[in-house]
Design a protein around this ligand. Structure first.
Ligand code: DGP
Length: 115
C-alpha cells in the first residue's frame, strides 16, 4: 500500500509542495513545529533508515543539497536550521516513508529532550 507521502508525491492527495524533481519531493508539514517545517522525501518508498541501500546514497546526498537550497529560499540559511531524520519506535517515527525534517525560523532549543 502506498504511503501517505507517496500519495502527496503523486498528487493523489493535497500537499503544500515547495520543491520537486525526479528523486525528491519537499512539502510543508501538516502540523508545523516551527515557522519553517518542511519534509524532504525521496520519491522512492524507503520505509526507514534501516532499509537504506547503497543504491540510495545519491538520493540521500541530494536531500542535503535540496535542504540547503530550501533553507536559503525560506530565508533561514543564515539564522540556522535543524535537519532531523527519525528511525523507528524510540524516535517516534510516524510515517514509514523515510523523510528529513527541516526546522527553522526560531531558536530551536536543545537537540533532544533531556531525561
Ligand atoms: P515522523 O515522526 O518523523 O514520522 O514525522 C512525520 C511527520 O509527517 C509529522 O511531523 C506530521 C507529518 N505528516 C503526517 N501526515 C501528513 C500529511 O498527510 N501531510 C503532511 N504535509 N504532513 C503529514
Amino acid at each position: 500500500m502506498a504511503t501517505i507521502f507517496s500519495k502527496i508525491i503523486k498528487g493523489e492527495i493535497p500537499g503544500d509542495i515547495v520543491y520537486r524533481d525526479d528523486q525528491i519531493t519537499a512539502f510543508r508539514d501538516i502540523d508545523p513545529q516551527a515557522p519553517t517545517h518542511i519534509l524532504i522525501v525521496p520519491n522512492k518508498e524507503i520505509p526507514t533508515v534501516n532499509d537504506v541501500n547503497p543504491e540510495d546514497e545519491a538520493t540521500l546526498g541530494h536531500m542535503f543539497s535540496v535542504a540547503k537550497r530550501i533553507a536559503e529560499k525560506e530565508g533561514i540559511a543564515q539564522t540556522g536550521y535543524r535537519l532531523l531524520v527519525n528511525c523507528g519506535r524510540d524516535a517516534n517515527q510516524e510515517v514509514l516513508h523515510l523523510h528529513m525534517h527541516l526546522f527553522g525560523g526560531r531558536q530551536l532549543g536543545p537537540m533532544i529532550m533531556r531525561k
